[in-house]
Design a protein around this ligand. Structure first.
Ligand code: GYE
Length: 341
């Protein structure tokens, strides 16, 4: 089972690397041969060949996952020879709407964005549609009932991630009927990963009445907030057994609060997280995080393929789910040296 999952992740990584390798090679060839007379035509073709202009609105830089995602998108655009107009919304929907409107005004070829929250996109998406600009959703989706407002959605299955987290917990406590007190650090309020990771987790533990979420609050996917909210949790509750954090960064902040309170993360309080950034793996290999559900941000290559596909008029699947695994402390130790993000 795990082996199969690992193979899936490996295949994905290898295909991403392949896309990367092909892209950089092409660029190098054009430059290297620039002085050779028989390449003049190549140069002329490159010069007149209109580059695809891709406007992308990113959520922000709130987490290690996000910065890895941004790097992947920027590097892949360069490798694919796509002109990327990148805009950082600093976790604010109004900034994203402004960015999308500006892309429409600039008449970019394709718009991409990772919606900070699920709701409230219909108007601006209709504006893009009326302007004839196709929209690709990445990472997070929208709750619009009109799916014609975007061409394709590329990203993880967040409900499944929450479910994997909950299933580990059920297994971990299968031999006890004592109450297990869980505290939950949610992601950004109203965001798809916060909503879905909560839903999947709750569904997985619902038949085990001793597994109880005693308190749940947003930590906005950041370390600082994760620390602050965990401090408040620890003040209000003397008996916390488990922390379920919707991402590594919040858990890493919470670990500082737990240690400051004189408790041992991973032992006195078991910790489950989502993402699988290097710092998370580091904490897991030190035994401070007990279980990581992977969420892969390295889909820049796939995204650029989709951008090109849309421009070429190819039919794209409405939904592409990124493949992901899970890691216990032992598995995290083994995988840490080869983590790519
Ligand atoms: O888990 C979190 C980031 O949308 C999957 O956003 C993404 C989430 C990721 O801030 O770390």
């Amino acid at each position: 089972m795990r082996k199969a999952k690992k193979v899936g992740v490996l295949t994905l990584l290898m295909s991403l690397m392949l896309v990367t390798a092909c892209g950089s090679n092409n660029g190098a060839t054009t430059k290297e041969n620039a002085n050779q007379p028989d390449k003049t035509t190549t140069e002329a073709t490159v010069a007149t060949d209109k580059k695809i202009v891709f406007g992308f609105s990113q959520v922000g830089a709130e987490s290690g996952w996000r910065t890895a995602n941004t790097t992947s998108i920027q590097d892949s655009a360069k490798e694919a020879g796509i002109d990327l107009k990148f805009s950082d919304a600093q976790q604010k929907q109004e900034n994203q709407i402004k960015a999308l409107r500006s892309f429409i005004q600039q008449k970019v070829d394709v718009i991409g964005f990772s919606p900070v929250v699920e709701s409230g996109w219909d108007t601006v998406l209709k504006e893009a549609k009326d302007a004839g600009i196709p929209v690709i959703l990445t990472d997070r989706s929208v709750d619009s009932t009109d799916t014609s407002l975007y061409v394709t959605f590329l990203g993880s299955d967040f409900v499944l991630e929450g479910q994997k987290a909950g299933e580990w917990l059920v297994e971990e406590y299968k031999d006890t009927t004592d109450q297990v007190n869980i505290v939950e650090l949610q992601g950004t309020t109203g965001s798809a990963p916060a909503i879905d990771r909560k839903e999947g987790f709750e569904a997985a533990i619902k038949d085990h009445s001793n597994l109880k979420i005693i308190t749940s609050q947003t930590g906005d996917f950041t370390r600082a907030k994760g620390k602050e909210v965990m401090q408040a949790f620890l003040k209000a509750n003397k008996d916390i057994d488990v922390l379920y954090a919707h991402n590594d960064d919040m858990a890493l902040g919470a670990i500082q609060a737990i240690e400051a309170a004189g408790l041992k993360p991973g032992v006195d309080i078991k910790i489950i997280t989502v993402d699988g950034i290097k710092d998370g793996f580091q904490a897991a290999s030190e035994g401070k995080i007990n279980f990581i559900v992977e969420c892969n941000p390295l889909f820049g290559g796939q995204l650029m393929e989709a951008v090109k596909g849309v421009v070429e008029g190819k039919e794209l699947p409405k939904r592409t789910v990124t493949e992901e695994g899970t890691f216990t402390i032992e598995q995290a130790k083994e995988a840490l040296p080869n983590r790519k993000y």
